[in-house]
Design a protein around this ligand. Structure first.
Ligand SMILES: Cc1ncc(COP(=O)(O)O)c(C=O)c1O
Length: 456
């Protein structure tokens, strides 16, 4: 026991001494130390103190099939033994990525025709912006450079995607956003709807602003509009009625490519294969990652429409190769894992479970939490949900960011044995449990959150 404690202490010391953690305050880490996750199985992780804690956020919106699945370990091991790695530049390929692309094409929106593989959500978005630029240069429209994104959105943390991200914390102290980005309104009716304004009127106001921004900038200078079908890290925000159809029309009218970032929503999270299916919208380009390998291998897949591909095809005569790619593009091990993930999604009816158990999650959250004086809104779709905490819900006054209420609430949940993600920029708490979560698990999640809220 003592030896174990010493091991833990030395791990903590080594962590503090050597690791620069993502999205972590250095001084907080020095004070509190890291939280070391020892192992994980199913929908539970085991922490450094040997506690089993329910993983209510599927790692980071990605461990969709639960942790520690032997079939995925086996798929990975087989792939390593057969072909551990070879690059895919200059026309090289491998069986796993070929089969994976073939399977993906059966489930993505039918206007998408080709896929580009990478290793993260950020690189998928980055790739699509570069394709949008080359597409426009090739069509003789080189001034189409700018990309419209929404405040409160999250698209990654590379220099370009942090610029697209609409959270100011990701800009400050980094000379960002770069000036190719134009940010537009947050499509969140509960927080931004005006007194007496209906949801449909709210949507129209946002669409009018978008049209005005395009007119002011000049459509000839705008390459693309990017958005998550349902915003994730910015607050789990489903769009208001008619929003995506309206955005699509404006994009079409102005010759602007519509990029949907399905990095969180894709592969079943919201109860459909892709988030776009809820909103009758067809992207010209689509970014995916996370759930494609259920989080166990870093992989992304960026899709483009046939129309975009046709232009890129012609451009390749002029520009030669598409001068873009990553060492790990089309990685045979990642592709083998993704193929197995797609098989499990189908066999275990994972998307159906996300839809029906997700509906149950929302029902239970409403029943238990909606009347709480500090719960203003419960929102989301499928197994993606957020609980909006408000200082005064009748007057719609949010808590001060400095009070760090979501972080305190997340700690209180952890004490009850539940991981829920604080979303400080909006004052909410997110839930996105693995898509294998059962109704019984939902009861546990909601009970634990209810107790944490009561104690807080
Ligand atoms: C919607 C969305 N897009 C892009 C990303 C960036 O993905 P990554 O962290 O793999 O670069 C994320 C990450 O959470 C995301 O939620």
């Amino acid at each position: 026991m003592n030896a174990e404690k010493n091991d833990l202490n030395s791990l903590i010391d080594m962590d503090k001494k050597n690791i620069f953690h993502p999205a972590t305050s250095i001084t907080d880490l020095e004070k509190n130390g890291p939280r070391i996750v020892k192992s994980a199985k199913g929908i539970y992780i085991e922490d450094q103190d040997g506690r089993q804690v329910l993983d209510g956020i599927a790692g980071l919106w990605c461990s969709n099939l639960g942790h520690g699945r032997p079939e995925l370990a086996q798929a990975m091991a087989n792939a390593v033994e057969n072909l551990d790695y070879f690059h895919t530049f200059n026309g090289h390929s491998n069986e796993q990525q070929i089969l994976l692309a073939n399977e993906l094409m059966k489930i993505v929106p039918d206007n998408l025709s080709h896929v580009f593989f990478g290793s993260s959500g950020s690189d998928a978005n980055d790739t699509l912006i570069k394709i949008a630029w080359q597409y426009n240069i090739s069509r003789g429209k080189p001034s189409k450079i700018k990309v419209i994104s929404r405040w409160q959105s999250y698209h990654g943390t590379s220099i370009s995607t942090a610029s697209l991200t609409g959270l100011k914390g990701f800009h400050k102290a980094f000379h960002l956003p770069l000036d190719f980005v134009i940010h537009t309104d947050i499509p969140h009716y509960y927080i931004h709807g005006q007194d007496g304004e209906s949801e449909v009127e709210f949507t129209q106001r946002l669409l009018d602003t978008l049209s005005r921004q395009i007119e002011e900038e000049g459509a000839d200078n705008i390459a693309a509009f990017i958005g998550e079908p349902i915003m994730g890290a910015g607050g789990v925000i489903p769009p208001p009625t008619g929003y995506w159809a309206g955005v699509q029309k404006i994009c079409n009218d102005n010759d602007i490519l519509l990029i949907l970032d399905e990095v969180v929503c894709g592969f079943g999270r919201t109860g459909t294969a892709f988030g776009s299916e809820h909103y009758q919208v067809k992207p010209d380009m689509m970014a995916t990652a996370k759930g494609i390998t259920a989080g166990i291998f870093p992989m992304s897949a960026a899709f483009i429409s046939k129309e975009v591909h046709d232009v890129m095809r012609q451009a390749s005569a002029e520009y030669g190769g598409f001068s873009h790619g990553y060492t790990y593009s089309g990685h045979p091990v990642g592709a083998a894992v993704a193929l197995k993930v797609l098989e499990i999604i189908e066999q275990e009816k994972i998307i159906e479970n996300s839809k029906s158990t997700g509906a149950y999650l929302h029902e239970r959250l409403h029943e238990r939490l909606a009347n709480h004086p500090h719960v203003g809104e419960i929102r989301g779709k499928g197994l993606l949900a957020a609980v909006q905490l408000m200082k005064d819900k009748d007057k719609k006054i949010p808590f001060d960011v400095a009070d760090k209420v979501p972080a305190a609430m997340s700690s209180a949940c952890y004490q009850e044995g539940l991981i829920a993600r604080p979303l400080p920029s909006i004052g909410a708490l997110a839930l996105s449990p693995p898509l294998i979560t059962s109704r019984h698990d939902v009861d546990i999640i909601v009970d634990r959150m209810y107790t944490a809220l009561k104690k807080l």
